[in-house]
Ligand binder design. Structure first.
Ligand SMILES: Cc1ncc(COP(=O)(O)O)c(C=O)c1O
Length: 401
């Protein structure tokens, strides 16, 4: 008899981490690889945040803190919600954890009973379904096609709702598509939610600050205060503050849910790193000009990547509103044959043939729940992006149709 619990057999290890591991292996073997797989900014953590971390060590902030975060951090988060999102969350409605990943994990662990359903619009961030499954819930996917901007349509949401629906997960701007909901689009979704008071909402706002061309971000409760009591608003330091390794994510929500999530955390990891918490206070309370500067660079890269991809045979790429991903369609490459003789039947084949023949690592759309697409992260230097896109163009031109 296996020592492993059944739930482990339902779990897939993170496919994006698998791509990273393959890149490390190939680079170590001496291959010239450009990786467009990573979901993290290539910028360093801003100086004032690093400085605050060093000062925290010297001040002796090196001990256990409150499980759900220090008072200073919770107050900074509370202020952030107020200032950026017009949301009132008191400190007992806030929890900080080791990244948004742990916040999400704890939320599902605290709420899902076997058979509870969680609506996940697809394409989705890879971890949502597996986290739901780990907590004995059942993911219910709603297709959000490219023609609809990869965004959830209110009528499709309406159709997917059943009495067993516990949560809807929203993620705007999105990983993997970069799609962001306008006020009107978000309003259409919240209108449906107002008709179904048994549904709870998780909004993963981690890409809130990374938006382009004047796009205005709205979190669902801001658009419809009527869902405040059943929404968990999640955000974190990883992306906009270039702090992926520091592991700070947080959430605001109903007192009883936040307490349950904190209790779960108290029996697993306890508080997130005390030094990272002090650094996050500096990030949330300090100068934010670097975000606009970084976004200028991201926007140039986005425009470069979208334009070069649209010039590749068989690829069609829409312009993302935010985040640092592009999600091009490769419909026009399916059924072709690579120079190696490999047939391109799906996005798995495309991505592996592209890596083998041109050394460009990307992630296949099937892992995000929509094919035939692939995800490119443009959080890497312009020089490398140009080279990578030229290689993709050359690869597409080499396919025999
Ligand atoms: C949509 C989304 N949510 C959550 C996370 C996890 O972020 P964190 O580093 O805060 O755990 C990521 C990271 O890639 C993400 O893309």
């Amino acid at each position: 008899m296996s020592i492993l619990a059944k739930r482990v057999s339902r779990l897939k290890p993170s496919p994006t981490i698998a791509v990273n591991n393959k890149v490390i292996e190939l680079k170590a073997a001496g291959y010239d690889i450009i990786s467009l797989g990573a979901g993290e900014p290539d910028f360093d953590t801003p100086q004032h945040i690093r400085q605050a971390a060093k000062a925290a060590i010297d001040k002796g902030l090196t001990r256990y803190t409150n499980v759900g975060g220090t008072i200073e951090l919770k107050e900074a988060i509370s202020l952030k919600f107020k200032n950026n999102n017009s949301l009132n969350y008191a400190c007992n409605q806030i929890v900080a954890a080791n990244g948004c990943k742990q916040v999400l994990y704890n939320a599902f662990a605290a709420t899902l009973e076997p058979g509870d359903k969680v609506i996940i619009p697809s394409p989705y961030w890879v971890s949502y379904p597996d986290m739901v499954i780990l907590a004995d819930g059942e993911p219910i996917f709603i297709n959000c096609p490219q023609e609809k901007g990869f965004k959830l349509q209110p009528e499709d949401l309406e159709q997917a709702i059943t009495p067993k629906t516990k949560w809807l997960i929203l993620n705007s701007p999105s990983n993997p598509t970069g799609a962001g909901y306008t006020y009107a689009e978000m309003r259409n979704i919240t209108n449906v939610l107002m008709q179904h008071p048994h549904i709870h909402i998780i909004t993963d706002d981690i890409y809130e600050h990374i938006v382009y061309d004047g796009f205005k971000f709205y979190t669902p409760v801001q658009v419809e205060p009527g869902i405040y009591d059943r929404t968990l608003t999640i955000n974190g330091m990883s992306k906009a503050y270039c702090m992926t390794g520091w592991r700070i994510g947080y959430a605001g929500g109903p007192v009883n849910l936040i307490k349950a999530m904190t209790d779960i955390q108290s029996q697993s990891t306890s508080n997130p790193c005390s030094i990272s918490q002090a650094a996050s206070v500096a990030g949330l309370m300090g100068d934010h000009n670097f975000i606009a500067e970084n976004n200028k660079i991201f926007r140039k890269r986005r425009d470069l990547v979208v334009s070069m991809l649209n010039q590749a045979d068989g690829i069609e790429c829409t312009v993302p509103e935010g985040a640092f991903y592009a999600y091009p369609s490769i419909k026009g490459c399916i059924g072709s044959t690579a120079p190696s003789g490999k047939k391109i039947n799906n996005d798995d084949d495309f991505v592996s043939a592209l890596l083998d023949s041109e050394g460009v690592a990307t992630v296949q759309g099937c892992v995000f729940g929509m094919s035939p697409y692939f995800r490119i992260s443009y959080a890497t230097s312009t020089v490398l992006l140009k080279e990578a896109c030229s290689r993709i163009q050359r690869f597409c031109a080499s396919l025999k149709r």
